[in-house]
Design a protein around this ligand. Structure first.
Ligand SMILES: O=C(O)CCC(=O)C(=O)O
Length: 256
């Protein structure tokens, strides 16, 4: 069923603030999703070949069908620019953060069949390096995403319990994962299966992860929108240094 978040604003805000995430089924209509899929296919065919390696990741660089992640789509294409800025996504971000926001990233996530790797448990805020950590991520399902293909799993209320220790992972695109994530965490995870057009929104401190794609035939495609609150300050020097180190390491190891 389609959700118009404006018809249930207070409830949506309360859920987001209390548990650290909110699920909006059918945020985009069937027609909007058809249009989005056409534009994504065009983008992959026409724009991706000339994008820099730091913004396009493959599970296996020699196999285009293993495309797993893209960054900053709005920089490369007007369709995705319009989706990010002054859009319904941005309006929802401003409402949930109760503040003006600044769009930071528009990502594409895929877990290709057979090879799609797990997303390590993490808090986006750990990557963002913000003070205060006022930011959120929206995750839009481009197709049916379920337990088999690796749906997103949240830890309710974790956004209220501070930053957990993270350590380096070998997962391309998710370089940091919570180092002490254990059985007691897994026991309270909430899996969120999604249909095309469903939108999940989580606070930057909310812990989440996903399994790999166990299907040998189905892809698992989604998009991620990142918005920072206008007052969140980025430690720009630390972030740039970390990104540079990461890009260098990934280039040296032949991953990008
Ligand atoms: O798609 C995924 O598995 C992870 C997405 C994610 O971590 C995010 O949107 O913050």
């Amino acid at each position: 069923m389609r959700t118009n978040w404006r018809d249930q604003k207070e409830d949506v805000l309360r859920r987001y603030q209390e548990v650290g995430y909110v699920v909006l089924p059918g945020f985009l209509s069937v027609d909007e999703m058809d249009n989005l899929r056409i534009n994504m296919a065009r983008f992959i065919a026409e724009i991706v070949p000339s994008m820099p390696g730091k913004h396009v990741f493959y599970e296996d660089k020699s196999k285009p069908e293993t495309l797993k992640q893209m960054q900053d789509l709005f920089r490369y294409d007007p369709y995705f620019e319009q989706m990010t800025f002054h859009s319904e996504f941005e309006a929802l971000a401003e409402f949930l953060m109760q503040d003006k926001v600044v769009a930071q990233n528009l990502q594409y996530f895929n877990k290709p069949p057979g090879v799609g790797q797990p997303t390590p448990p993490h808090q986006d805020g750990y990557y963002f390096m913000l003070n205060p950590c006022d930011a959120l991520t929206m995750w839009l399902a481009l197709e049916t995403v379920d337990e088999e293909t690796g749906c997103v799993r949240y830890l309710p209320g974790s956004h209220l319990r501070g930053v957990r220790p993270h350590q380096r992972t070998t997962t391309l695109g998710f370089s940091q994962g919570i180092s002490d994530y254990g059985e007691s965490d897994q026991a309270v995870e909430v899996p969120i299966p999604a249909h095309p057009g469903d939108l999940l929104v989580h606070h930057a401190m909310t812990i989440h992860r996903a399994n790999g794609n166990r299907s040998t035939t189905r892809t698992r495609q989604a998009m991620g929108f990142v918005y920072y609150g206008v007052n969140a300050r980025e430690d720009k020097a630390a972030k740039a240094a970390y990104q540079e180190k990461l890009t260098r390491e990934m280039t040296e190891s032949g991953k990008i």
